[in-house]
Design a protein around this ligand. Structure first.
Ligand code: RVP
Length: 497
């Protein structure tokens, strides 16, 4: 009855609901600035002990992050998070591959024995992808070094001589504390390309190569650990302590507890147990509310935010639950920042502008899936449709991803007997092929720096402090995009939805 209608028009207390906002609802308010965008420093933390030059993460999805993409991400300042649709040993190998990719001192050295034949060593080096190997005895003492140049003349004349015959006996070695510069000087002086590293008993403990040193120089903005190795993250289910221990042992920098709803209290217990078992930092997610943050800040090294914003995610329509991403990030960050716990905004980021808005809302770093799934380094084949190149991209809660994973999949309710039994919360899709990751990350970081320039902030903490939002109407949103024109040449950082 009309008399029951309260003055503000709501019919029920239940409908007095808070508003929640997402990326397109807000813009950064431009402010007085002397900051040139290329001077803006994006350095920020993803977890209590891990800082990145570019606070951007690639999603733990089976069409996004394996070792190759994680290597490229870390070389350009970000962090790849290896997905967990892999068996534990294989996953540990992906982590090790990243950690070993740019090692200054190679620890896992390919060696030869003096009694091996030249042909055997040639085959060994081809298999391992190296062009030289220290020759050691059974006590690992260095006797010589053999390279492709030593071997080739023997192979030409079809000789089967042993390595002792072909190797260079005068080996220039160095100690563990040799710097890259000293090693280069040694190599220059002796016209060599590799220097075995030996301990006080002259036993081989590693190898420095010219290629390794030069490669390191090329990536001067890389995300590295204290020993100079590339950083890497990897995902585990909330009850997968064994997987967590295996990747921790393999040297992972950050373990990501990967769950669709980390405010499930059983998940909180599982995550706490994993945190107590590993040395690496532990980031817990995903969450989307203040209360969830309150229940996790006492042990988590980082919190990951996103309930339903992902491009391939149908959680909100399937379950009816979710939280628009800017509001979710802001709520979690309010709590987390008081406890010094970094926040990662995960999902829904289409443009660099979205990424920097996430930081303005309080995130310390951002995670993206679709943005990187089309890069050359992402797993999967390039396919051609209507003359255009695409790569597969699918939600980890899609039927396909659930079928190829184990029963710890974050979206799986119970082990299904047939395809129709799955209740997916994600779709399988394709995304345009984009070429090398480097160019994508460059556009993303460059756009984020522009945002810092408009707000007048030189560092991320300053940006978070200074930035303010304005609310945008739907007319304002339309005005933001290219409009009333026909785009003739696609920009590298913009394509209309
Ligand atoms: P986007 O960058 O918008 O493609 O979103 C990627 C994020 O989506 C992931 O990091 C993850 O949190 C979420 N995701 C992954 N699979 C699914 C799903 O199937 N629902 N959602």
């Amino acid at each position: 009855m009309a008399n029951d209608v309260p003055p503000d028009g709501t019919f029920s207390e239940k409908l007095r609901v808070p508003e929640a906002l997402t990326f397109d609802d807000v813009l950064l308010r431009p402010k007085e600035s002397r900051v040139e965008p290329d001077e803006a420093d994006l350095t920020s933390r993803v977890s209590k002990n891990v800082e990145l030059p570019t606070p951007v993460l690639s999603a733990a999805m089976d069409t996004v992050t394996e070792a190759d993409l994680a290597i490229a991400m870390a070389r350009h300042g970000g962090l790849g998070v290896i997905h967990r649709n892999l068996d534990v040993d294989e996953m540990a190998r992906h982590v090790e591959k990243v950690k070993r990719a740019d090692e200054l001192i190679i620890r896992d050295v390919v060696t030869a024995r003096p009694e091996q034949t030249v042909r055997e060593v040639d085959e060994l080096m081809a298999r391992e992808g190296v062009n030289g190997a220290p020759v050691v005895n059974e006590d690992d003492e260095v006797l010589g070094i053999i390279s492709g140049t030593d071997i080739r003349p023997y192979l030409e004349v079809g000789e089967q001589d042993d390595v002792a015959e072909a190797m260079t006996e005068e080996v220039v070695t160095a100690r563990e504390d040799t710097s890259a510069r000293e090693a280069l000087e040694l190599m220059y002086e002796h016209k060599i390309e590799r220097v075995p590293i030996v301990d006080d008993d002259e036993r081989l403990v590693g190898l420095l190569t010219m290629q390794g040193i030069l490669q390191r120089r090329e990536y001067d903005n890389a995300a590295r650990d204290e020993e100079g190795r590339l950083r890497v993250g990897a995902a585990v289910g909330p009850f997968e302590t064994d997987r967590a221990l295996a990747i921790d042992e393999a040297g992972v920098d950050v373990v990501f507890i990967d769950c669709a709803h980390a405010h499930n209290l059983n998940v909180v217990d599982g995550a706490r147990e994993i945190k107590e078992s590993v040395d690496a930092d532990v980031v817990v997610g995903n969450i989307g509310t203040r209360e969830a943050a309150e229940d996790l800040v006492d042990f988590a090294d980082g919190l990951k935010v996103g309930i339903g914003p992902g491009s391939i995610c149908t959680t909100r329509v399937v379950s009816g639950a979710g939280m628009p991403q800017i509001s979710a990030v802001a709520q979690v960050a309010d709590v987390a920042s008081e406890h010094g716990v970094p926040v990662i905004a995960d999902g829904g980021i289409r443009y660099s502008g979205d990424a920097i808005k996430a930081l303005a809302a309080g995130a310390d770093a951002v995670m993206l899936g679709s943005y990187f799934a089309g890069t050359a380094e992402a797993p999967g084949r390039v396919v051609k449709m209507n003359g255009k190149k695409y790569k597969q991209y699918r939600g980890m809660g899609s039927v396909g991803a659930m079928q190829s994973g184990d029963d710890e999949n974050r979206y799986l309710k119970e082990e299904p007997e047939q395809e129709e039994d799955y209740v997916p919360e994600g779709v399988e899709a394709a995304t345009p092929y984009k070429g090398p990751l480097r160019d994508e990350l460059h556009q993303l970081a460059g756009g984020m720096q522009s945002g810092m320039g408009y707000v007048g902030a030189e560092t991320v903490p300053e940006f978070k402090e200074r930035s303010e939002f304005v609310r945008v109407s739907s007319a304002g949103q339309a005005e933001s995009h290219a409009h009333d024109v026909v785009i003739t040449d696609e920009a590298p950082n913009y394509s209309p939805d």
